[in-house]
Design a protein around this ligand. Sequence first.
Ligand code: 5AD
Ligand code: SF4
Length: 475
Amino acid sequence: MSIRNLRPNYRGEGEEEARRQREIIERLKLREDKPKTYYIATMGCQMNAHDSEKLIGIMEEIGASPAAESEADIVIYNTCCVRENAEQKVYGRLGYLKTFKKNRPNMKIALCGCMMQEDVVIEKLKKSYPEVDLIFGTYNIYKFPELLESLLDGSGRIIDIWRAQEEIVEDLPSIRKHSFKASVNIMYGCNNFCTYCIVPYVRGRERSREPDNILAEVRALAESGVKEIQLLGQNVNSYGRGLKNEITFAQLLEMVNEVEGIERIRFISSHPKDLSQELIDAMGRLDKVCPQFHLPLQSGSDRLLKLMNRHYTKAQFLDEVRRLKEAVPDVSITTDIIVGFPGETREDFLETLDVVRQVRFDGAFTFIYSKREGTPAARMEQVDPEEAKANFDELLKLLEEIGRENNKHWVGKRLKVLAEEVSKNDAAVLSGRTEHNHLVHFKADASLIGEMVWVTITDSTAFYLLGEMEKAEEV
Ligand code: 5AD
Ligand code: SF4
């Protein structure tokens, strides 16, 4: 896998602050007592994965290299709080880390990410987890060099949690997992307050980045060899609100589509309540925007959608899907679904299954509702967990059946695939993605990683496609 350092040659927002942090990085590089090795565990969504790229970038820049969790000089957990069991896992893992720290007292433990924005978590860590050296949140991740320096200066345990974003700070080092594809934040936070969701409380209000800064970053990425861009935001469909010169997400896509060198554009996540016809038309028209759409349904029941504060109905959702399918032939639609939301009856759940049958989703992230203290749904009457589990299993079965059927459609077709990595199960096989975002496994040499290749699909399962690559001279 090729990992390359990238410092985009543009100056983004928060320039002054970014310069200060870069100066600290220079000082850290020269310190004898700096961590020589690091381990970063990333939990949760793409947003966190992107934040971890920044942490890795900073660690590499100061001259540290990756190591096993048990051996690293600093272990960082970038946490998620969307569901409670993810939080429980963090506490469990801390218990296990403590045993390593006993033998290696100089080892540092740092926690960051969404979970750190919850007061109850901070209280618990303060009281029961003295082995944690550094705690910071989602708003001040760019301050990591400064926090690390203070820690090395011996200021004792550091807890630095902000309640809101002071400024957007860009242009710090970052290391991407792949040289040929990259994620770009276009906005932060969320204003929607779905009643089950903790994200608006830990990631703050919606803030869009200036289009010029986004474009400069995309151009710099394209120049460094990136072919595929993923635009990130909690609700990209409302991109641009509140900017000096307001623009829409469709207009932003139009601009990104013009960037030379970029071949594929993807984005997540959308909210059905803000899906405009303008965006649907742009999807159909713009050649680099991939024919895939992630449209979180959450539930098919109008009654629950209302209780969830989602601001759309089952009929509106189905209408959006119909318009997307009309505008973008063969569009691949994926979704998020929650089972067991407070008060969900069998009838409500059957409405969800009905939408799944009608839309025939190409994939879905499915979740059993998890009660998050502080959200309105936590105060609603909860459902029987066993019933929720049975419904959940039924949903998975249906999604798998549909996935299996949908994927047969591609057998015999010749598809352009971006070769991404060596398959985990077979060193002679590469895994890649089609423009519809289907996973494809095919025999090929690792030297082709990062290249677009033509693959004829020979077989399929519910979750992936198998194919044969055309020889180089045929491509
Ligand atoms: N319980 C279960 N799933 C949740 N999600 C958000 N909050 C919860 C919760 N409390 C899911 C939603 C969202 C996805 C990112 O996580 O489906 O779209
Ligand atoms: Fe959470 Fe709803 Fe915002 Fe998504 S749109 S992050 S589910 S509040």
